[in-house]
Design a protein around this ligand. Structure first.
Ligand code: ATP
Length: 234
């Protein structure tokens, strides 16, 4: 049984339909990447899984349990945390306070503690007393990832964690991915950079206009197939 799965998932913003029957699976210990150009529906898929958007009951399952109709706080308590697009830190709080808020979502012990987040991203230890807004974009992204990890999730959803960052910073952020996986978390990463996605993921799903157009392991996918699935043209 998959750890997490979606089943004919649809999503609407008013009259506008953004997802059309999306089926994806995440296995225990897996890292899956969702790729696709602007507007493909990647963020909507993450928001649907995380409970920010409500779904039909059977359309999202965690270890076989239906979670599609649950609100976001209930989904988090069951072990799914999201690093949202745009980081969304609490601006008036310090780095450490932002991290601690993540830990309040899901009570109980787990691998991730403040010390382990600071070991993962040492710069955050130096900046622990700084307000979230006084950080660079890359540092803010690290706080957003750390905050999500503090809930000790079984599934970590990362929405465009490299967006708008310099290549050297992106490299620093992606260095954390294997360490996060070693902690036992499974991951879904939304990524517009195809090369980055193929490097980091066990499997990739490509989307166009609310539908999955291609899925497979990076080594199985040809450049041509990805091009067609990503842009919808030959
Ligand atoms: P991006 O890389 O730009 O974030 P994406 O693949 O994540 O793209 P979504 O943000 O999920 O795509 O958007 C999917 C579709 O839903 C787009 O056509 C978008 O315009 C539309 N959409 C997204 N959010 C809303 C909203 N709040 N209200 C109305 N339409 C929306």
């Amino acid at each position: 049984m998959a750890l997490l799965s979606t089943h004919g998932l649809t999503a609407h913003y008013g009259q506008f339909q953004a997802l059309f029957g999306v089926d994806i699976e995440l296995g225990e210990g897996e890292c899956v990447a969702i790729i696709g150009s602007n507007g493909a529906g990647k963020t909507t898929l993450m928001r649907s899984i995380s409970g920010v958007l409500r779904n039909a009951p059977a359309s999202v399952r965690l270890r076989g349990e239906e979670i599609g109709a649950l609100p976001a706080d209930e989904v988090m308590k069951r072990g799914i945390s999201m690093v949202p697009e745009g980081r969304r830190l609490f601006p008036s709080l310090t780095v450490e306070e932002n991290l601690l808020i993540g830990g309040q979502v899901r009570k109980g012990s787990g691998y991730w503690t403040l010390e382990r987040i600071y070991a993962l991203f040492p710069i955050l230890a130096e900046r622990r007393r700084n307000p979230g807004t006084a950080l660079s974009g890359g540092q803010q992204q690290m706080v957003a990832i750390g905050r999500a990890l503090m809930a000790n999730p079984d599934v970590l959803l990362c929405d465009e964690i490299s967006l708008g960052l310099a290549p050297v910073v992106i490299k620093d952020i992606y260095k954390a991915v294997p360490l996060i996986r070693e902690s036992g978390a499974s991951m879904i990463i939304v990524e517009q950079d195809i090369g980055q996605a193929l490097k980091v993921a066990d499997r990739v799903y490509c989307m166009i206009e609310g539908r999955v157009t291609l899925t497979g392991r990076p080594e199985e996918l040809t450049r041509e197939a990805i091009h067609v699935a990503y842009f919808g043209v030959q």
